[in-house]
Design a protein around this ligand. Structure first.
Ligand code: HEM
Ligand SMILES: *[C@@H]1O[C@H](CO)[C@@H](O)[C@H](O)[C@H]1NC(C)=O
Ligand SMILES: *[C@@H]1O[C@H](CO)[C@@H](O)[C@H](O)[C@H]1NC(C)=O
Ligand SMILES: *[C@@H]1O[C@H](CO)[C@@H](O)[C@H](O)[C@H]1NC(C)=O
Ligand SMILES: *[C@@H]1O[C@H](CO)[C@@H](O)[C@H](O)[C@H]1NC(C)=O
Ligand SMILES: *[C@@H]1O[C@H](CO)[C@@H](O)[C@H](O)[C@H]1NC(C)=O
Ligand SMILES: *[C@@H]1O[C@H](CO)[C@@H](O)[C@H](O)[C@H]1NC(C)=O
Ligand SMILES: *[C@@H]1O[C@H](CO)[C@@H](O)[C@H](O)[C@H]1NC(C)=O
Ligand SMILES: *[C@@H]1O[C@H](CO)[C@@H](O)[C@H](O)[C@H]1NC(C)=O
Ligand SMILES: *[C@@H]1O[C@H](CO)[C@@H](O)[C@H](O)[C@H]1NC(C)=O
Ligand SMILES: *[C@@H]1O[C@H](CO)[C@@H](O)[C@H](O)[C@H]1NC(C)=O
Ligand SMILES: *[C@@H]1O[C@H](CO)[C@@H](O)[C@H](O)[C@H]1NC(C)=O
Ligand SMILES: *[C@@H]1O[C@H](CO)[C@@H](O)[C@H](O)[C@H]1NC(C)=O
Length: 350
């Protein structure tokens, strides 16, 4: 396994040297002389936390995605409410949904202890996503680094740019297209739903009254439908959790795609990849089903592409000393990292 990983890493390193794969001014060796062990610090925290909370790996991959689609990968999602900042954390796709903010603070504290004022929160999110994939037995890639942190957040933009689980294939293509991500990226990145959980409220319309038809979604497997109706009572609070990947919920593999063939995609946006009969997209899904290596190679490339969206570099933005607030902010908020957020303690994995 290790030698396979090593081989994959080397392939990526070689490809990374080609102009076609170069990304803005980011560079995997960015911290080599200033914080050479930043990756191992992130890994140590994550391997520790994931022992008691395996879902955290999924949550951190999602956090990077929700950062990148809003003003670029600039850690804007981490900024709390202040007099001048309306936090993205309470935008509809994030509110009572994103997890891992406390773990990011734990990582930041450990990194600051080793290399003060050096590593951005945006880079921590990108590294945490890659290491989470690795720890979930998913693909491993070199993470281009050198992002800087934003001075602003934009809740309106979070509501606009983050795709909804009720999106049709055309809306999904449009949403990703707006971020310069194509249909290969859409299919590959949707594969992140090979791990993690979703709350009933994000798919309950499929169970009882799909598109106000009065009937369930016809593209939802009837066996899964019955099981989900048990977990998600009609008119309930919608906060119960279920696995995004019905077959291998905590392993990063290509089963997410083969589930779709049995109409076992959980979200409408998942099942759309196959059931909308978009010829080009169906072909990509089928290729990923037949060849997991192909899925992994594409996931790596698409994660690097997503990780390059709208990055701040050079002297833009800043290196925050605490991820939840901009530097020198005099609003009286504490700058100490927190150990737990109430949000994470109430949610349990299945
Ligand atoms: C294609 C459009 C997408 C839609 C509509 C979508 C929607 C969602 C929704 C509704 C949830 C459940 C959240 C909750 O119940 O609180 C979720 C979970 C998740 N999403 Fe997506 N997502 C999309 C793409 C992505 C991408 C591109 C990634 C990362 C590359 C990703 C990674 C995840 C992960 C890992 C989880 C599980 C999080 C956890 O268990 O904490 N998703 N997504
Ligand atoms: C690992 O987690 C435990 C609690 O789950 C904590 O006591 C310990 O300090 C952690 N170690 C590191 C290196 O983060
Ligand atoms: C976020 O959720 C809380 C409930 O936890 C709710 O009170 C609040 O209004 C929500 N925020 C937004 C902007 O919808
Ligand atoms: C990381 O490297 C720094 C020096 O660059 C060192 O002070 C620190 O102890 C190292 N931390 C870990 C966890 O290896
Ligand atoms: C948020 O983004 C929107 C759309 O780009 C823009 O019109 C608005 O001015 C931004 N708001 C803030 C607070 O930056
Ligand atoms: C894509 O961007 C266009 C132009 O800004 C906007 O009108 C449209 O709503 C966006 N689509 C999605 C799904 O975000
Ligand atoms: C999507 O973009 C990548 C490069 O980022 C390219 O290799 C791939 O062929 C594109 N896919 C499609 C369907 O255009
Ligand atoms: C489905 O939703 C529509 C619109 O809200 C409503 O009029 C209809 O009564 C609902 N049907 C059922 C069976 O709940
Ligand atoms: C889901 O939540 C409801 C309350 O809305 C609860 O009665 C039920 O037992 C839960 N089901 C599962 C499978 O957790
Ligand atoms: C529904 O899913 C089950 C396995 O979960 C599978 O055996 C069955 O063939 C699926 N039905 C359809 C119509 O794909
Ligand atoms: C997709 O194709 C299947 C099988 O040919 C068909 O049953 C279904 O109605 C089609 N769906 C759409 C949205 O065209
Ligand atoms: C699977 O995909 C990988 C990566 O693109 C490729 O090298 C390999 O030849 C493919 N395997 C088969 C059996 O097509
Ligand atoms: C940001 O908000 C979280 C709760 O949402 C809290 O735990 C944390 O202490 C806040 N951080 C700062 C710097 O105020």
């Amino acid at each position: 396994m290790n030698s396979l990983r090593l081989t994959i890493c080397c392939v990526v390193a070689v490809l990374g040297a080609l102009p076609h794969f170069s990304f803005a001014q980011l560079d995997p060796s960015f911290y080599d002389s200033t914080c050479s062990n930043v990756s191992s610090i992130v890994r140590e925290v994550l391997s520790n936390v994931s022992q008691s909370d395996p879902r955290i790996l999924a949550s951190l991959i999602r956090l990077h995605f929700h950062d990148c689609f809003v003003q670029g990968c600039d850690a804007s999602i981490l900024l709390n409410d202040t007099d001048t900042i309306v936090s993205e954390q309470s935008a509809a796709p994030n509110n009572n949904s994103i997890r891992g903010l406390d773990v990011v603070n734990q990582i930041k504290t450990a990194v600051e202890n080793a290399c003060p004022g050096t590593v951005s929160c945006a880079d921590i999110l990108a590294l945490a996503a890659q290491i989470s994939s690795d720890l979930a037995s998913g693909p491993v890639w070199e993470v281009p680094l050198g992002r800087r942190d934003s001075l602003t957040a934009n809740q309106t933009l979070a509501n606009q740019n983050l795709p909804a689980p009720t999106f049709t294939i055309d809306q999904l293509i449009n949403s990703f297209g707006n971020q310069s991500l194509n249909i290969t990226d859409l299919v590959a990145l949707s594969g992140a739903h090979t791990i993690g959980r979703a709350q009933c409220r994000f798919f309950v319309d499929r169970l009882y009254n799909f598109s106000n038809t009065g009937n369930p979604d016809p593209t939802l497997n009837t066996t899964l439908l019955q099981s989900l109706q048990g977990i998600c009572p009609n008119g309930g609070p919608g906060t119960n959790l279920t696995n995004l990947d019905l077959t291998t919920p905590d392993t990063f593999d290509s089963n997410y795609y083969s589930n779709l063939q049995l109409q076992n995609g959980l979200l409408q946006s998942d099942q759309e990849l196959l059931s909308a009969n978009n010829t080009d997209i169906v072909a990509i899904v089928n290729n990923f089903i037949m060849n997991q290596t192909l899925f992994f190679e594409n996931f790596k490339a698409s994660m690097r592409k997503m990780g390059n969206i709208g990055v701040l570099t050079g002297s833009q933005g800043e290196i925050r000393s605490q991820c939840n607030s901009v530097n020198g902010n005099s609003s009286g908020l504490t700058t100490t990292a927190t150990k737990e957020s109430s949000q994470d303690s109430v949610v349990s994995s299945m």
